[in-house]
Write a protein that binds this ligand. Structure first.
Ligand code: CTP
Length: 398
């Protein structure tokens, strides 16, 4: 996929570095075009190094001298994105003005365009900006709405650039097949917390990244996604219903409530297997610390879903340190799953908190697929591919 990334002169230009990194990670060939003001915030060299391509800033120098910059850069693109987009570039695009490399490129485009505005809240609310955004929307430009929160100018309001994750999600959604439309997918993510007392808990280092990547991947392919997450510190995916829970018991009841009519349940959460038998409702003082904390088992959510299999596709994870595939196969069978994703926690780049993982997918029939080191987004796309294949086969044999 060939993508043009336009960057304009907003303080949020530094976030475009992350957007570019994520697009490259997703396998895109990215051509960067910057305005001169953007180049004052972040050096073009940063984008050149990350995209491994020259960056077009000045119409009349740099880039490929044998071609006309804005025409060459706009040829053969699958999509174009301007992030951050200032009120100025939005106005120019709406009016059809081409007075620098980026605005001229926008006029020469022959592909879908996304713009992610970033500016002061009064500038964003200004009637001219709103009118320009509407003109662009009517013309089919997808606007990645800004977030509300503290702005670089010290004000608080709507105008913060959408998170790089959300921007990239909206770009990649353009390329995904919509083969899960009409399907409901429940995904669980993150750790659970089991109270020891009013201020202490048992938990694990799950970041929720794998589950969130799965929710984004399923949503991009048209599914209606319900994400049930334990406490995590990452942005919630756009367009997904999110239910946040704390304990394994909360997660259990949320899954039972939301999975009833689901076509697919993916249990990526690291659900605690134990909880303190008698948590104290108050803070236990040091002097009164017990010598031992008695634990009891929590309900195995996935096993319970497997017992009442109702044609839903059930996907589990097995994070292991030894005999990884043997344990994963045993879990697949014991919990009556359609697919299990095994990962070896000993391998570098795999496991809790990382942006990458190395996994093996095993289906009910024993078909095994090794996925080498990849980003969690790439792995999520492969898992969702496999889920779509299982649904398709179920449909054929029904
Ligand atoms: N799981 C669950 N409910 C639990 C524990 C785990 O639904 N109480 C799910 C996880 O979300 C994961 C799968 O079961 O998809 C396997 O979890 P894991 O902890 O690896 O396996 P366990 O069956 O708990 O076995 P063990 O801890 O002994 O390895």
């Amino acid at each position: 996929m060939k993508i043009m990334l336009g960057i304009t002169g907003s303080i949020a230009a530094y976030k475009a570095v992350e957007v570019l990194r994520k697009l490259v990670e997703a396998g895109a060939e990215v051509r960067v075009v910057m305005t001169r003001n953007a180049a004052r915030f972040v050096a073009p060299l940063t984008f050149q190094a990350l995209s491994a391509r020259p960056v077009l800033v000045d119409e009349f120098s740099g880039w490929d001298p044998s071609s006309i910059g804005h025409i060459a850069v706009s040829e053969g693109l699958d999509c174009a994105l301007v992030a951050p987009a200032t009120a100025n570039v939005i106005g120019k695009a709406a009016a059809g003005i081409g007075d620098d490399a980026l605005s001229s490129t926008l006029l020469a485009l022959d592909c879908p365009l996304l713009m992610a505005p970033a500016m002061n809240d009064r500038m964003y609310r200004h009637a001219a900006t709103q009118r320009n955004l509407n003109v662009l929307r009517e013309r089919g430009v997808r606007i990645v709405d800004p977030d509300t929160g503290p702005l670089a100018c010290g004000a608080e309001g709507c105008g913060r650039l959408a998170s790089p994750d959300r921007i990239v999600q909206e770009v990649l959604a353009l390329f995904a097949p919509r083969d899960l439309s009409g399907r409901t997918v429940v995904v669980t993510a993150g750790p659970t917390r089991e109270a020891v007392d009013a201020v202490r808990f048992l938990s694990n280092p799950s970041s929720g990244k794998m589950g969130f990547a799965l929710a984004r991947a399923a949503q991009a392919r048209g599914a209606r996604v319900r994400l049930i997450t334990g406490p995590v510190a990452i942005d919630w995916p756009a367009g997904v219903d999110v239910r946040s829970v704390l304990s394994a018991a909360d997660m259990h009841s949320a899954v039972m409530e939301l999975a009833g009519d689901a076509d697919v349940v993916i249990m990526a959460a690291a659900v605690s297997d134990f909880r303190p038998l008698q948590p104290s409702g108050r803070k236990i003082k040091k002097e009164a610390a017990p010598d031992e904390i008695r634990l009891e088992r929590t309900a195995d959510i996935l096993a319970e879903l497997g017992k009442n299999a109702s044609g839903r596709v059930l996907v589990g994870f097995a994070a292991e340190t030894d005999q990884v595939l043997e344990h994963a196969r045993a879990k697949l069978k014991a919990k009556n799953l359609d697919l299990i994703i095994a990962n070896d926690l000993n391998r570098e780049g795999a496991g809790f908190g990382e942006d990458t993982n190395i996994v093996t997918m095993i289906t009910r029939s024993g078909e095994t697929t090794d996925l080498p080191l990849m980003s969690k987004d790439q792995i999520a796309a492969k898992i969702v591919d496999k889920v779509a294949e299982i649904l398709r086969k179920q449909g054929e044999s029904a």
